[in-house]
Design a protein around this ligand. Sequence first.
Ligand SMILES: O=C(O)CCC(=O)C(=O)O
Ligand SMILES: [Fe+2]
Length: 331
Amino acid sequence: MAYEDAQLKRPAADLSEVLDFRAILHSFVQNGTTPPGIFKLNRDFDRPVFCFEERPGFYFIPGAIGIEEQCYWVRESLTSFPQPPNRTNHNAIYGEIQDLFLAVQGQRLLVEVGDPIAAVNHRINSDEKPLNLDDRRWAFMEKTSGISNGSRKSIDAAVLLRKLRWSTLGLQFDWSKRNYDNSLAHNKIPDKLCHLAKKLAAPAVEKGDFKPEAAIVNYFGSDDTLGGHLDDMEEDWSKPIVSISLGCKAIFLLGGDSREDPPIAMFVRSGDVVLMAGPARECFHGIPRIFTNEENAEVSPLVAEFLRQEDCYFVDYIRTSRININIRQVH
Ligand SMILES: O=C(O)CCC(=O)C(=O)O
Ligand SMILES: [Fe+2]
């Protein structure tokens, strides 16, 4: 996942060069035409599916997810997906964090509560089973509790949510070994996500079945990018990666199988779905830019839906963030 690629990282200077599949869909519906090098799949699916002549195995489904469903997946991405045993980028520093989003709503602080010296003293001075403070050294506390004063380290739950960069569902991906680690505790990928991924994957599944086993959820704040990379840790590359965009608009760069191939730049908006299967699994790709300013983020329908549901914490988050859920068959 971590192949840096200067070419893919560079933002497109001229946005008029960036392909806009919403406009492509619009003209296809109006007059049945597509730009040179792009065609619509002939087979019938719920929505038109577009492909590039020069990138077989890559599929773009504009507006594949409706607005209410987008809200549902944003909620899940912020509330249940980061819950243990799913791992997040915060695990390495804080250990398991339970109920991060509830803590944001409660305006709490994550406070370092474990005190290694107290634990040793406790062990020396008592016959009791030693306190297992090393397992849970951080806990959420009320800001008013006063415990954050003094020498204890603490961090605002809202800051932690901002710094959430990824969570992993189903089989857990070990970023240090760049591989799936079957021995790590995990839950099955949620049924609803499994059903959705199977349905979305259909245009890219020619034979056999697509079995969603793992997902990586990427969270992007305004300056976050994802460098050019390949997802090459899954066994069967004929199976697609199903990639769902939520929140702010971004630019997706699709390179070729060589770093020399000039990448194709396209906008990805909330509700768009990309599939990469077969030869497209060997295409470098990345996210060089997300748009968090109001006029370019194109997130207002989603914001309006959350406002209707009176969910200000979701609104605050999604106004300036993008979430990508990408689902994979591992074995
Ligand atoms: O954010 C995206 O649209 C792409 C994510 C991706 O390529 C990945 O997680 O491997
Ligand atoms: Fe990827």
